[in-house]
Design a protein around this ligand. Structure first.
Ligand code: ADP
Ligand code: MG
Ligand code: ZN
Length: 484
């Protein structure tokens, strides 16, 4: 970084839990819909209404804690964080106090070689993850002098994951956010929909001279809901901090907002005279007690995690970028695993997933759930190609579309459409001999050294074989016959 500065970054990530109901009431937890419909006296904060803790949210946060390798607090408590805002009907947010249900833990993130002096993953520590509730949603600006409030979101369960200040560049921060997104969707506690705000983060950043041990003064950029915004906002902030310090100015701790249109941040309010939340223990909720059996249940519910899956897939001899793409979602990764098992060849399964399958999903804007072919069925098709019983072009262009149209299994379609490749080498030899005899000029030129004409002859043989000859065998036989 210029002028010998180093950035120090820590993210606070808010994750909406995909529980059936809200955090403290029975209202459905869902996105959108007619405003202010999914509300009740509890999430509206009407006097006398009493909250009841959603145990599904607790099970989810325990799963997260186990996935992060964190400590689970046997007892933690809820607190009221009080402030006034129109989208906060109770006048306070229920959150957790000094002890969070999840304490510590860590996440492996790709290190940024630009600031680490070398490639390789880093371990980003997690400070804590606590349960809290979301506020409603306000919208401003549609009409002058008017704002709208939708309380459907009020009381939706959140877990706030507070990261240690272990990140050193906007790239690392964005990769950390991505790794968390991958983890919470992988373990099934969040739908991961960033546009709908299911995952949002506050990015804390300060700068210091390289070699300094004390932290600089931090700014907190609120409410970033995309990986790109995290990167842009932090890059802007780092430059701003350096500029202020270099010009002899002083930085104040502050909260800032990010404007995606300009790529700039702007001051919200200073943290010096920050609001006093007058936080105090929530009298209407008992302490949150976690039993050892709840913890072991959460651990048992965990699937193989992305980091372990990555190591296993690398063991198949796949490249790091290929593996990263296969792990884009748990559905995709699980489909790959089943496909590799079904066809018995992980490399072939990988090339189909990243090739034809991805191409079709992208072109159709569809998901694997709607792909229409299960991994076992696709595995059978790949096996036919690997065994040279079916040509690759026919597999992609004819058999797969027919399978998706529900016309039967790969083998049935190959049989019915007469696509089976000629197994008999003698037939290939005959076809090659016939083509060589029909093209004496070209054969002469190849023998005189014009190798490039071989492809033409292969094409002629394939054409004569109506796509039913195995291309590799044709090449082999042609080479043999030409050296006779
Ligand atoms: P709050 O934001 O509620 O005041 P904390 O003081 O615990 O809470 O800080 C929360 C976040 O700020 C953490 O993610 C932490 O990593 C990060 N952080 C703390 N100090 C710094 C700093 N000097 N520079 C960058 N990030 C920091
Ligand atoms: Mg904060
Ligand atoms: Zn409610």
């Amino acid at each position: 970084m210029e002028q010998g500065y180093e950035a120090v970054i820590g993210l606070e990530v808010h994750v909406q839990l995909r529980t059936r109901t809200k955090m403290f009431c029975a209202c459905p937890n869902a996105y959108g819909g007619e405003p202010n419909r999914r509300t009740c006296p509890i999430c509206l904060g009407l006097p006398g209404a009493l909250p009841t803790l959603n145990r599904e949210a607790v099970a989810f946060v325990l799963r997260l804690g186990e996935a992060l390798g964190a400590e689970i607090a046997p007892q933690s408590a809820f607190y009221r964080k009080q402030y006034f805002y129109a989208d906060l009907p109770k006048g306070y947010q229920i959150t957790q106090g000094p002890v969070a249900v999840v304490m510590g833990g860590s996440l492996e993130v790709p290190g940024d070689p630009a600031v680490r002096g070398g490639a390789g993953p880093i371990v980003a520590r997690i400070e804590r993850a606590h349960l809290e509730e979301d506020a409603g949603k306000s919208s401003h600006g549609a009409e002058p002098d008017r704002s709208w409030v939708d309380l459907n979101r009020a009381g939706v369960p959140l877990v706030e994951i507070v990261g240690a200040p272990d990140l050193r560049s906007p790239q690392e921060a964005s990769d950390y956010f991505k790794a968390l997104h991958q983890l919470v969707t992988w373990i099934g506690i969040c739908d991961g929909n960033m546009e709908e705000g299911s995952l949002r983060c506050d990015a804390n950043v300060s700068v210091r001279k390289v070699g300094a041990t004390a932290f600089g003064v931090r700014a907190e950029v609120k409410n970033l809901n995309s990986f790109r915004f995290v990167k842009q906002a932090l890059a802007f902030e780092i430059q701003r901090h350096i500029r202020v310090l270099e010009s002899g100015g002083t930085l104040l701790p502050e909260t800032r907002g990010f404007d995606p249109a300009s790529g700039e941040t702007h001051a919200h309010r200073s943290k010096e005279g920050a609001v006093d939340y007058r936080t105090f223990p929530e009298p209407d909720l008992p302490p949150l007690r976690i039993t050892p059996s709840e913890v072991s249940q959460a651990r048992a519910a965990l699937p193989e995690l992305p980091a372990a899956r990555r190591v296993r897939l690398l063991g198949f001899g796949l490249g790091p970028d290929e593996v990263a793409t296969l792990l884009q979602s748990r559905t995709f990764a699980d489909y790959f695993d089943a496909l590799a098992r079904a066809c018995g060849d992980p490399k072939a399964a990988c090339s189909w997933m990243l090739g034809e399958v991805s191409r079709l999903l992208n072109a159709e804007g569809g998901s694997l759930e709607a792909f229409g072919v299960c991994p076992e069925a696709l595995g059978e098709l790949i096996r036919l190609v690997l065994d040279r019983k079916l040509g690759l072009p026919a597999a992609k262009e004819i058999v797969l579309p027919a399978m998706r149209a529900g016309e039967g299994s790969a083998a049935e379609i190959v049989l019915r459409k007469g696509l089976a490749q000629v197994q008999d080498r003698g037939a290939v030899v005959e076809a090659v001999k016939a083509v060589l005899a029909a093209h004496p000029d070209q054969v002469g030129q190849i023998r005189a050294g014009k190798e490039s004409l071989k492809g033409f002859l292969v094409g002629q043989v394939m054409k004569a074989g109506k796509g039913k000859l195995d291309a590799r065998t044709v090449n082999e036989v042609l080479a043999e016959e030409l050296t006779r």
